[in-house]
Design a protein. Structure first.
Length: 277
């Protein structure tokens, strides 16, 4: 639909004629107008300006091409907090909130927590926000991801105890130890067809797949954890829908105790972990 038609339309007409579903249309309209959901309804007779119409049209075309909404508007809510999102980081997903809940459950009072491969910082920042007693360190190998995480930390925590570091997993930690370690590493198998579908097509490939069997990151994280965990400390990791048994096996081989998996809201075993005694 040409921009000139959108510029002559009321918000209600834009919703009616948008090729996207109602929810996505409203998210994009809120983004270009600056209105919230209630204002969008109460001001439905308001017309888009020429600039807003142009922006709205461009966003619709990009969405029709498959670009994720979170990248289009540069934001996604996670664990009740707003997070900046760019193509440099994975989009925070509701499934991962389970890892945050478990981290807060198992992290001891006034302990130190490490988030490996932090990306946007969603896990580490959500934990730090709800458990201000914890000293949280978050690392990532990507400088671009750490820039996004730093913006999110400032946005949600301001001056806080969270420490962001550039590190290839444990490499820059130099013998530091933590009471709890969490991670959502790349776990999609190399050449998995899902990598060419949906939102995944636009997300950073190295954060999605290990370019191998989907377990190489877990082997490294689990294999080196004994050097960095204060005993008794928990290691908790998100993984794919069919990887619980394999991750549990790695934990048991590394002499972890209380090895188990937890199910997400869809009933899928999404997080596995164990305690090092």
């Amino acid at each position: 639909m040409p921009d000139s038609l959108y510029s002559n339309m009321r918000i209600a007409d834009c919703e009616r004629h948008s090729p996207l579903n109602k929810l996505e249309t409203r998210i994009l309209l809120m983004h270009v107008t600056g209105l919230n959901r209630i204002q969008l309804i109460t001001q439905s007779d308001r017309q888009l300006s020429a600039l807003q119409a142009q922006q709205f049209s461009a966003l619709i075309q990009n969405r029709l091409a498959g670009e994720p909404i979170a990248y289009l508007i540069g934001e996604r809510e996670f664990f009740g907090l707003p997070f900046y999102t760019t193509p440099a980081v994975l989009i925070p997903r509701p499934d991962t909130e389970l890892l945050v809940e478990l981290a807060m459950q198992f992290a001891p009072p006034d302990g130190e927590l490490l988030d490996l491969g932090t990306g946007s910082g969603a896990i580490a920042i959500a934990v730090a926000y709800h458990r201000p007693d914890l000293q949280v360190t978050a690392v990532d190998v990507s400088d671009a991801a750490l820039e996004v995480a730093a913006k999110n930390a400032q946005r949600n925590l301001g001056e806080s105890k969270i420490l962001l570091m550039q590190s290839d997993w444990y490499s820059a930690l130099h013998g530091r130890q933590f009471h709890t370690i969490v991670s959502n590493p790349p776990y999609i198998v190399e050449n998995d067809p899902h990598l060419q579908q949906g939102d995944l097509r636009f997300e950073p490939l190295n954060a999605l797949t290990d370019h191998a069997d989907g377990l190489s990151a877990y082997r490294h994280i689990v294999g080196e954890a004994h050097r960095y965990l204060v005993r008794p400390g928990w290691l908790l990791m998100e993984h794919g829908y069919d990887q619980a048994a394999a991750v549990q096996s790695l934990l048991r081989e590394a002499k972890f105790c209380d090895v188990q998996s937890w199910r997400d809201l869809a009933g899928i075993e999404r997080v596995s972990g164990g305690r090092l005694l």
